[in-house]
Design a protein around this ligand. Structure first.
Ligand code: SF4
Length: 105
């Protein structure tokens, strides 16, 4: 199993999660992060760190789109281990649920 980053996180990038991951498996894109399924050890310490409640256990996710997306983008995006400032629009977009189309790869 792995944990996954879901739609709530698009255009947020709070990045609190990356500092607690013991195996550095968060990968960074322009306006989203993903979790590398090959590195995640299912420890769940990142879950309460996310202000957008966007990190979920893979077995709780019924839409395989997010499983496939995390795995695919984790291959090409670089590792992020240090917290950085969220995107300027993060607060505005945190409450928006339907924003899959805004994901920049
Ligand atoms: Fe990292 Fe643990 Fe979160 Fe997986 S569950 S991404 S290993 S902090």
């Amino acid at each position: 199993m792995t944990y996954l980053v879901l739609e709530n996180y698009i255009k947020c990038k709070h990045t609190d999660c990356v500092e607690v991951c013991p195996v550095d498996c968060f990968k960074e894109g322009p306006n989203f992060l993903v979790i590398d399924p090959d590195g995640c050890i299912d420890c769940a310490v990142c879950v309460p760190e996310c202000p957008a409640d966007a990190i979920v256990a893979g077995h709780e996710v019924t839409d395989s789109y997010w499983t496939d997306l995390n795995a695919r983008l984790a291959v090409s995006w670089p590792v992020i281990t240090k917290k950085k400032a969220p995107l300027p629009e993060a607060e505005e977009f945190k409450a928006i649920k339907d924003k899959r189309h805004l994901l920049e790869e």
